[in-house]
Design a protein around this ligand. Structure first.
Ligand code: G
Ligand code: G
Ligand code: MN
Ligand code: NA
Length: 252
């Protein structure tokens, strides 16, 4: 496949970069952390969005090497930002193919090489990944969280949402998928779902992040629910490092 070969070359040539999107404390407006999102910057400067290459990287297994690059780069960046912006949490997406017995060692090595405190790293893992092999999931998550790393369930509500794993897996937060946030507060079903998930998170002592917040009306509704954290274009798109720095400085 041509794309596969190009991806491999792009990785060798260092054409992948990370953009960062802030997460915000809804009560104080303080930035609590950021999510790293990979982009491919081609020779001619055009940016290829992840939906055009992540599926291919997953199918070919290249996601393992790409994912390790993302992890290492995100840890390095957070270590560099820590002095300037304080102890923020860096979130990295982990795809199903990366979720293997070796993941905790890969993560530990990335943290050690970057000199980053494990408490500043969070891994975003989807429900679908977690439900594939329950024994593997328990063992990998326990090793990660024992090491001080936080684990968030990404795209919550879009897979086989199960209360079982909220009880069984060491989860620090849930990210409510943006498809449920898009039509709040007007859509009654979505409003009920979001209300229920926020309240469940509070009762279980798990953090909740509402994704895809774009409007003041969505934010007001989430504030009325006391949803602890929010992320979305309302605050900022994912930004390249220098633009993220400027955005942060501008808020201080
Ligand atoms: O950044 P954007 O919203 O365009 O991302 C589109 C999709 O690509 C999202 O589902 C996101 O989780 C995924 N994605 C972006 N960066 C990464 C990454 O570093 N690793 C993995 N596995 N997925 C990513
Ligand atoms: O699957 P995951 O949740 O990791 O995907 C993150 C994706 O969501 C990124 O591609 C990011 O660009 C996108 N995203 C982030 N905030 C918003 C938003 O407010 N609206 C929309 N439509 N997409 C968003
Ligand atoms: Mn994510
Ligand atoms: Na998500």
């Amino acid at each position: 496949l041509a794309l596969e070969k190009n991806l491999r070359k792009a990785l060798e040539r260092g054409e992948f970069v990370l953009h960062y999107q802030p997460k915000v404390d809804i009560r104080t407006g303080a930035v609590t952390g950021m999510e790293a999102l990979v982009r491919w910057v081609r020779d001619d400067g055009t940016i290829v969005p992840p939906q055009d290459f992540i599926p291919v990287a997953e199918k070919t297994g290249l996601i393992v090497a790409l994912g390790e690059f993302v992890l290492r780069e995100a840890c390095r960046q957070m270590h560099a930002w820590q002095k300037r912006f304080g102890r923020l949490k860096m979130a990295v997406n982990i795809s199903a193919r990366q979720f293997q017995p070796g993941l905790p060692d890969t993560v530990a090595s990335a943290l050690a090489d970057a000199g980053l405190d494990p408490g500043l790293l969070e891994l975003e893992i989807t429900e679908t990944t977690m439900m594939r092999d329950l024994a593997l999931t328990v063992s990998v998550l326990e090793r990660l969280t024992t090491g001080g790393i936080a684990v968030a369930i990404d795209d919550f509500g879009t897979g086989h949402s199960s209360l079982y794993y909220l009880k069984t897996f060491p989860i620090s937060s849930i990210k409510i998928d943006r498809s449920f946030v898009r039509d709040i507060p007007n859509d009654e079903t979505d409003a009920t779902i979001v209300t229920t998930v926020v309240s469940m998170g509070r009762n279980l002592g798990i953090g909740i992040v509402a994704e895809g917040v774009e409007t003041e009306a969505q934010l007001d509704f989430l504030r009325s629910l006391e949803c602890p954290e929010v992320q979305g274009y309302y605050f900022s798109k994912p930004l390249p490092p220098h633009a993220f720095e400027a955005w942060m400085e501008n808020r201080l």
